[in-house]
Design a protein around this ligand. Structure first.
Ligand code: IMP
Length: 498
């Protein structure tokens, strides 16, 4: 006989509804903060906190560099997928870290470098203006794409074509971005190098970034004002992969596994703690209290929870393993709180798989999740790495599981892994730019929190009151007994949410 049988069924997010609490003047939507810890950090470093409780899944069809850049600008994070070569993944991380925003520490060129050599770096990084410095990092001038023509000047040296310091507008020792922006705006120039008293280059700021900064008040960046980058790894080639990712200056590593309660994952976490102690590791996925303890005691700083619930997932059907995400969150959150009381360490938990739309997000947060990971939601956006296709006059994007035949091919070749599929391939309806979609999603989350009378996610955990609802009640909560025009009827029929 089995060691343990639970006769109480596990619950999904869609079976719960929130009861309203009293709304106060302090809990109106504009006063609600969605900041939440990304990963445990002993010094509570700002870059290890998200400004919105959403991250995109580590999947080929979801999280590439473009998603990483846009989501970090908007206050979340994309977990860059690891089912690609080490080199390709490191390049994505580098692209996020070298993306310009605010004060930037750009790559520097040397005066004796050939234009052809510099041009190659321009192509690799996508940047067109570089500072030129000497061997002591003293700023000598600028070289930009207007200063040379590769068909004419490839054999010239940088110093033959650059603009020297006396003709460049520079500023000294400005640490305040607003002040630096106003100097740049007055200067008639497109870029402003900021030097220290010895003439060494500190940062540059770019005119085209100014609007970007104003548009992105929730942006998450590191101490050098570079966007946050999170990358996933597997338990096979992790030693080599982490070396390349840290070289690309990744901020946080997440282990990508459908079953994280394994000795392999424990060994990986311990190895990272020993060799790269400065990099926090997110472990998972687990669905039990024991799984949480096991990974946290190995050194994980956040834990992804969920198994079998993803929109493209057939794990439950294939292997009979899994658990309703609501029950998983309730169980693991209880253990997280217990661990916090015992140790003073708050380890965030991430609800992952089957979080389809805003109401699922709010229920997951209310039940105790610190943030949610979503695949399908983000796969629909312009910034996901796939191309749009038109099917029956509808614009769609492909979306496939990491355990699907399409992604499995990649893993099979390298690790001889996955002898059967655990995911499928399908299409999701194109939704447009992430920025526009997020605005509405965040507004709905805040509205729900306002109804519950809470000001932040921590309070949501402490004060939320939820209730199981019947199947009939769920039916009643949808549009009923009226005639509606076609599109929403179709959506209801297929149970698709936004
Ligand atoms: P979604 O947000 O419901 O689309 O679920 C996304 C999540 O499903 C991911 O973050 C993974 O945890 C999980 N997942 C990704 N690929 C597969 C797969 O092929 N099989 C099962 N689960 C998957």
């Amino acid at each position: 006989m089995a060691k343990k049988i639970n006769y109480e069924p596990s619950r999904t997010l869609m079976e719960f509804r929130l009861l309203p609490g009293q709304t106060f003047k302090e809990t109106t939507t504009e006063k609600i903060l969605l900041t939440t810890p990304l990963v445990y950090s002993p010094g509570n470093e700002k870059k290890f906190n998200l400004n919105i409780p959403l991250v995109s899944a580590a999947m080929q069809s979801v999280s590439g560099a473009e998603m990483g850049i846009e989501l970090a600008k908007l206050g979340g994070a994309a977990f860059i997928f690891c089912s690609q070569t080490i080199d390709a993944q490191a390049k994505m991380v580098k692209k996020i870290k070298t993306h310009k925003s605010g004060f930037v520490k750009p790559m520097t060129m040397k005066p004796d470098m050939k234009i052809s050599e510099m041009y190659k770096i321009r192509k690799d990084t996508g940047h067109s203006t570089f500072p030129v410095v000497d061997d002591n990092e003293i700023f000598l001038g600028l070289i930009s794409k207007w200063d040379y023509d590769i068909s004419l000047h490839s054999d010239n040296l940088v110093k033959d074509r650059m603009i020297f310091l006396e003709n460049v507008k520079v500023a000294r020792n400005i640490a305040d971005l607003k002040e630096a922006n106003s100097v740049l705006l007055e200067s008639h120039k497109s870029v402003l190098p900021i030097l220290d008293n010895d003439g060494k280059l500190l940062y540059m700021i770019f005119r085209k970034d100014i609007n970007d900064q104003l548009n992105n008040p929730l942006e998450i960046h590191d101490e050098k004002k570079r966007l946050l980058a999170v990358a996933s790894i597997n338990t096979h080639d992790y030693e080599e992969r982490i070396a390349a990712l840290t070289e690309a200056e990744v901020d946080v590593i997440a282990i990508d596994s459908s079953d994280g309660h394994t000795v392999y994952q424990k060994e990986v976490i311990e190895w990272i703690k020993k060799n790269y102690s400065q990099i926090p590791v997110i472990g998972g996925n687990i669905i039990t209290k024991e799984g949480f303890r096991y990974l946290v005691e190995a050194g994980a700083g956040a834990i992804k929870v969920g198994m079998g619930g993803g929109s493209i997932c057939i794990t439950q059907e294939q292997k009979g393993t899994g658990r309703g995400l609501a029950t998983t969150i309730i169980d693991v959150a209880e253990e997280r709180d217990k661990y916090f009381i015992e140790t003073g360490k708050y380890i965030p938990i991430i609800a992952d798989g089957g979080v389809t739309g805003t109401k699922d997000i709010t229920i997951a947060l209310a039940l105790g999740a610190d943030y949610v990971m979503m695949g399908r939601y983000f796969a629909r956006m312009e910034e996901s790495p796939t191309d749009k296709i038109v099917v029956n006059n509808r614009v769609m994007k492909p979306y496939w599981g990491e355990g699907s035949a399409r992604a499995r091919d990649w893993k099979m070749k390298r690790y001889n892994q996955a002898k059967f599929v655990e995911g499928v391939e399908g299409l999701v309806e194109y939704a447009g730019r992430l920025r526009d979609n997020l605005e509405e999603t965040l507004e709905k989350i805040k509205s729900s929190m306002s109804t519950c009378g809470v000001q932040n996610i921590r309070e949501f955990h402490e004060k939320a009151e939820l209730e199981l609802v019947s199947a009939l009640s769920i039916r009643e909560g949808k549009v009923h007994d009226i005639y509606q025009a076609t599109e929403s009827n179709e959506k209801e029929e297929f149970n698709i949410e936004n």
